[in-house]
Design a protein around this ligand. Structure first.
Ligand code: AMP
Ligand code: MG
Length: 341
């Protein structure tokens, strides 16, 4: 199958929407990462998404809407706290999990009786969902286990020949997948996956915000997890990845002891001159949490393209948006985390 790259024009968006209505899987831009979209209510279309990604059947898809009125039919009820969160953070990078109705087939929900709903902010995603006229189920558009794609070329690299089209909407602004939350009770939110909507921001709406322990820890075999995606190996490039904790002097000292052929440092911008002076091959991924979030998935893919065999990543902070980056990096590293100094 030839995979076409469609441009952000009314005509090509209408074509992508027609493919969705016909039960095809189509690549789409969102503000978080590129998604692999399909008609959420069509089990055959959903099967194509799982097959193209090689995604385990128990890992549910997030259902995307482009109008606030469109989530009521998908969920049993909208509790007041969910309504407040939607009003505050939608359209935007927040996924809210609630008990589902039969309008969401079991296969879309990975067999769970809940569904995650999101109203993306990206104008091209909104135009596509509206033109399709159906809720769009979309996991990240990578092959399962690989880094998420943050531009159309990276999605093409994973999906060429597997799907009919990818709609190109430029590079993603956030660069990390949405914040996934569930409601523990009428006033409490639990973060199952951190993203651009931070625990600190959620705290402005919910009285209690808990970050699920699985966000920062390795989920061991047999553990029951609230978010099935958290138990899989994830986001990993071909190169071996090690996450290095510590300040700049300690990071540099550690790198000096670990240089070699195919070894790269994925570092902060401010580390570059010092790395270069020390003969350490490096790639910067930003100096703010937001910049690092936007850059690290594509940086990991670029380092693969350069033939990197081992990438040492300077660990980001674990507050604010940094928590989302840290959560992805520990999984990309297969939990190989060292403390320098
Ligand atoms: P992705 O589609 O790649 O963005 O991954 C979606 C993430 O959201 C995965 O970690 C899923 O396990 C999680 N998720 C989606 N729907 C649910 C749900 N109903 N309950 C728990 N986690 C969910
Ligand atoms: Mg994913």
């Amino acid at each position: 199958m030839e995979t076409k790259i469609l441009q952000n024009t009314d005509r090509e968006i209408a074509y992508a929407a027609e493919l969705l209505r016909q039960g095809e899987a189509v690549g789409m831009p969102t503000e978080t990462v590129y998604g692999l979209g399909c008609d959420a209510g069509n089990p055959d279309a959903v099967k194509k998404v799982f097959a193209a990604k090689g995604r385990p059947a128990d890992n549910p898809l997030i259902v995307h809407i482009a109008d606030l009125a469109d989530w009521a039919p998908l969920v049993q009820e909208i509790p007041p706290l969910a309504k407040k969160l939607a009003e505050r953070f939608w359209p935007g990078p927040l996924t809210i999990i609630l008990p589902r109705t039969d309008a969401v087939p079991a296969i879309t929900a990975g067999g769970l009786d809940t569904v995650g709903i999101r109203f993306p902010a990206h104008p091209v995603a909104q135009a596509l969902i509206r033109a399709a006229g159906v809720p769009v189920a979309a996991p990240s558009g990578n092959r399962s286990g690989s880094p998420s794609p943050t531009n159309a070329a990276h999605m093409f690299a994973d999906m060429d020949g597997r799907i009919p089209a990818i709609l190109d909407g430029g590079s993603c602004i956030c660069g990390v997948e949405s914040t996934v939350i569930q409601l523990d009770d009428a006033e409490s939110v639990r973060v199952l996956r951190p993203g651009f909507v931070t625990p600190e921001q959620l705290q402005t709406v919910a009285a209690h915000v808990t970050v699920d322990p699985a966000v920062l820890a390795k989920v061991t075999e047999g553990t029951v997890v609230r978010s099935p995606g958290m138990k899989y190996r994830h986001y990993a490039p071909k190169a071996k990845v090690t996450l290095v904790q510590g300040d700049q002097p300690h990071f540099l000292a550690y790198m000096k002891q670990h240089t070699g052929s195919g070894v790269y440092a994925l570092c902060f911008d401010a580390d570059v001159p010092l790395c270069e002076a020390a003969g350490i091959c490096c790639m910067p991924y930003g100096d703010t949490d937001e910049a690092r979030a936007a850059a690290f998935f594509s940086s990991l893919r670029e380092l693969d393209a350069l033939g990197a065999s081992h990438v040492y990543v300077r660990a980001p902070r674990t507050d604010g948006v940094g928590l989302a980056v840290y959560n992805r990096l520990i999984r990309a590293a297969g939990y190989d985390i060292v403390r320098a100094g």
